[in-house]
Design a protein around this ligand. Structure first.
Ligand SMILES: [Zn+2]
Length: 367
């Protein structure tokens, strides 16, 4: 007997093997994109045919809010993406095949054109959502991200929400900070100054703040910007060597963390706190304590390596291979799929079940 995956409970899923769970997850993710694209196209059709009028609505978005119970943001987004996909045959096909994640798709359609859509589709396979979002923010329609852009993140907008009493603390603190500095500080300047004081472990004046920003440029490895500055920043280049020591020195550890962007180096792992410096070839197996054999890992990935769930080989940072326990390369996202069982279990058999608006009985419309 055929099982309806939609009806599977968490309890039943916990009894499934990992391959079955993985295949279901891929199909479901692919289907989400496919059905969102379909929903967007339907809204577009409802807009263009004026079908929303029969529901007393002002447009397809109003119809989606009222009749489909959608939040306004989602309705607008579905319609926008569908409209943009109409001019992008390659991305439209990828979306219909469920081969591209919706969150990435909704970003790239803002800037992709017929000439660039294939490149954007490739970038979707190799970049994370956050990277795609950042690249799209820097490109105009028709543009592709330059090599420089692929490396350099854009300006960041920080949004926080606070309770009234938390905000009162912040406002009072900002007042005091402005008085202490003898100038008016924006909340952004105040945040930078306060964190700079944390990094410097003490007071920070203009000169010290400039130095900290240069250090930050080193963290970002923007060598072109650093070279344009007059100051010399020696320790970005010089390799600190103590190959026979069991543990890296604090300076060497800092250097490795900086090189790896203060983030776990495993592709896609977002962890930035609780980081270890790991020997790629184990020290016990003759691996040396030098930068091409050292790698930043979060404690969870570090444990995965030592429990053989994750295998890392090659030289850090540019010639590394990450494989799972079956030897599959982690850097490539698995191809998403669509679940045809959704069609079946939604009751759709492919037959012509719709009627034109004027053929429908009025009482059905009222329902
Ligand atoms: Zn990790």
């Amino acid at each position: 007997m055929e099982i309806d995956p939609v009806s599977l409970t968490l309890k039943e899923m916990l009894r499934m093997d990992s391959l079955a769970l993985h295949n279901l997850a891929k199909k479901t993710a692919g289907s989400l994109t496919r059905y969102r694209a379909l929903c967007g196209r339907l809204l577009l059709a409802i807009q263009r045919t004026g079908a929303y009028l029969e529901h007393g609505c002002s447009g397809a978005v109003h119809y989606a809010i009222l009749q489909l119970g959608m939040p306004v943001r989602e309705a607008r987004q579905l319609k926008r993406v569908a409209r943009e996909l109409e001019a992008l045959p390659f991305l439209r096909l990828r979306a219909n095949l469920g081969e591209i994640d919706w969150s990435k798709l909704r970003e790239v359609v803002r800037v992709a054109t017929v000439d660039t859509e294939q490149r954007w589709a490739e970038l979707c396979k190799t970049c994370t959502y956050a990277e795609i979002e950042a690249l799209v923010a820097c490109c105009r329609p028709g543009e592709l991200p330059s090599e420089e852009l692929l490396r350099r993140p854009p300006r960041t907008e920080l949004r926080c929400s606070f309770d009234p009493e938390q905000m009162a603390v912040i406002e009072r603190g900002l007042q005091i900070l402005c008085q202490r500095e003898g100038r008016v500080l924006s909340i952004g300047q105040a945040i930078e100054l306060l964190f700079a004081q944390v990094i410097a472990d003490g007071g920070v004046d203009e000169k010290r703040l400039r130095k900290l920003r240069l250090e930050a440029l080193k963290d970002l490895r923007w060598t072109d910007v650093i070279n344009a500055e007059t100051e010399t920043l020696p320790d970005t280049k010089i390799e600190i060597v103590n190959p026979k020591s069991r543990f890296p020195t604090p300076a060497q550890r800092r250097q490795v963390l900086r090189r790896d962007g203060y983030c776990c180096a495993v592709p896609g792992c977002p962890n930035t706190i609780w980081l270890d410096v790991h020997h790629i070839v184990y020290f016990a197996s003759g691996g040396l304590t030098k930068s091409d054999n050292l790698l930043t890992l979060c404690t969870k990935c570090h444990r995965n390596v030592h429990e053989n769930e994750l295998k890392i080989s090659g030289d850090a940072p540019d010639a590394l291979v990450f494989r799972n326990r079956f030897g599959k390369d982690l850097r490539y996202q698995r191809t998403l799929d669509v679940a045809f069982w959704l069609d079946i279990w939604c009751g759709w058999r492919g037959e012509r079940r719709y009627q034109r608006a004027h053929e429908r009985a009025p009482e059905r419309l009222a329902a």
